[in-house]
Ligand binder design. Structure first.
Ligand SMILES: *Cc1c(COP(=O)(O)O)cnc(C)c1O
Length: 424
């Protein structure tokens, strides 16, 4: 099947006389004839549903679609992208462990790692997305349990050399976890380059309409936990809370990671996606291939136009031939990257703020990657506590604007940008 057919048709397949569209199973609980039957579910002896804090049929069907799109063996939906990132890392690392992360990641992930998970006793080392193999190797410790990075980083728009990061992780016997939110599986499938686990903020392109916060964790089913038995006791030794099940033995490489994350983390943290939200996410996924292409065409048109504009200092977009990440984009993102562009307005902070006030089609929002074009001025919003000097050190210049191209007509976006730039 072609990729578009998979977007539309994978996941839910109705039987004879059943609803064409995915049913929303809006039920917290499920009925059984005998306690023995339910007991077998509790012991993970049998597949089935008993409580929607752990699993729900609507969610599982949408997760199966995402697993197909990524080329993975198993997936789960979470209440948000943050929950997905937390689950993916916490499923293999605990107190006393260490994780290596690219420094070019989403601000929320950076905070989760460097503040909240640190308080849980997990140490993080941040490395440049451009780190050499030697620098990567030097970051590993005996207690390192995973490597983390983003295909296209939000907001810095760096492109990760996934194959090289995967090789480094595997040299040291740990999985590579990739946040593939910005590229989506339409433009990049990190498993094909050696990544072991993928996470998504489905809030972005997957939902695509700014309607539902959600996340997903996907397993490639390729990492051999039993071959690294001592590093991952959570997967390779008995879980006493499930009658001594050994996840990697009972569910194999294909199922161990997601089963453990469901059985332990969803059970104890309960960060599940509402079935209603999963339904909306499924609608978004049915048109993902069509929308992502349009987002990328609009971003390319905007990036090209602005790169010649006298009032623009610099444009960051890996689709542009002059971009620092263009070569990596050609390798990992041959069909397009994403709809998000960033650029520096000449005249710094004041000019950027004035310019944004004048935009009529693009709205000022702290969001990206949905049908509506929106923009954000990091220096006066997400990074407002920093001085101009601190901003420069963090790679965010005072005049930087993050601009997320929606699905409108490129001509309208460009006319709007030109009109606003004309006012400064
Ligand atoms: C938004 C985002 C997240 C966090 O997702 P939420 O759904 O907002 O919790 C994680 N990673 C990336 C790349 C994002 O853009």
């Amino acid at each position: 099947m072609g990729y578009g057919t998979k977007c539309v048709q994978s996941g839910y397949v109705p039987g004879d006389g059943e609803p064409r569209q995915l049913p929303i199973i809006q039920s917290t609980t499920f009925k059984y004839d005998t306690s023995e039957h339910m007991g077998r579910l509790f012991d993970l002896e049998e597949q089935g549903y008993f409580y929607s804090r752990l699993q729900n049929p609507t969610n599982d069907i949408v997760a199966a679609k995402i697993a197909t799109l990524e080329g993975g063996t198993a997936a789960m939906l979470t209440a948000s992208g943050q929950a997905a990132t937390f689950f993916a890392v916490f499923n293999v690392a605990g107190s006393g462990d260490h994780v290596i992360s690219s420094s070019a990641i989403y601000g929320g992930s950076y905070n989760l790692f460097s503040v909240t998970m640190k308080r849980m006793g997990i140490d993080f080392t941040f490395v440049s997305p451009d780190a050499t193999d030697e620098e990567l190797d030097a970051a590993f410790r005996p207690n390192t349990k995973a490597v983390f990075g983003e295909t296209i980083a939000n907001p810095s728009l760096t492109v990760l050399d996934i194959e090289r990061f995967a090789a480094a992780a595997h040299r040291h016997g740990v999985p590579l976890i990739i946040d593939n939110t910005f590229a989506t599986p339409v433009n990049c499938r990190p498993f094909e380059w050696g990544a072991d686990i993928v996470v998504h903020s489905t809030t972005k392109y997957m939902d695509g309409h700014g309607s539902t916060v959600g996340g997903a964790v996907v397993d490639a089913g390729q990492f051999d936990w039993m071959a690294h038995r001592d590093k991952f006791p959570g997967l390779t030794t008995p879980d006493e809370s499930y009658h001594g099940v050994v996840y990697a033995q009972k569910f194999g490489k294909e199922g161990a990671f997601i089963t453990k994350a469901t059985a332990q983390l969803m059970r104890d943290f309960g960060s599940i996606q509402a079935p209603q939200n999963a339904f909306l996410l499924n609608l978004g996924l049915e048109s993902l291939h069509v929308r992502v292409q349009r987002h990328c065409e609009n971003a390319m048109a905007v990036a090209e136009h602005l790169s010649h504009h006298p009032k623009i200092e610099k444009v960051n977009y890996c689709g542009l031939p002059g971009d620092k990440y263009h070569a990596l984009a050609e390798k990992y993102l041959p069909n397009g990257s994403c709809g998000v562009v960033s650029f520096e307005v000449r005249g710094g902070r004041t000019a950027a703020e004035r310019f944004m006030r004048e935009l009529k089609v693009a709205f000022i929002e702290t969001h990206v990657a949905d049908a509506h074009t929106c923009c954000l001025h990091p220096a006066s919003t997400t990074h407002r506590q920093m001085s101009d000097d601190e901003l420069l050190a963090a790679g965010v210049s005072p005049g930087l604007v993050r601009y997320s191209c929606g699905l409108e007509d490129a001509e309208d976006l460009i006319a709007d940008l030109d009109a606003a730039l004309g006012k400064i």
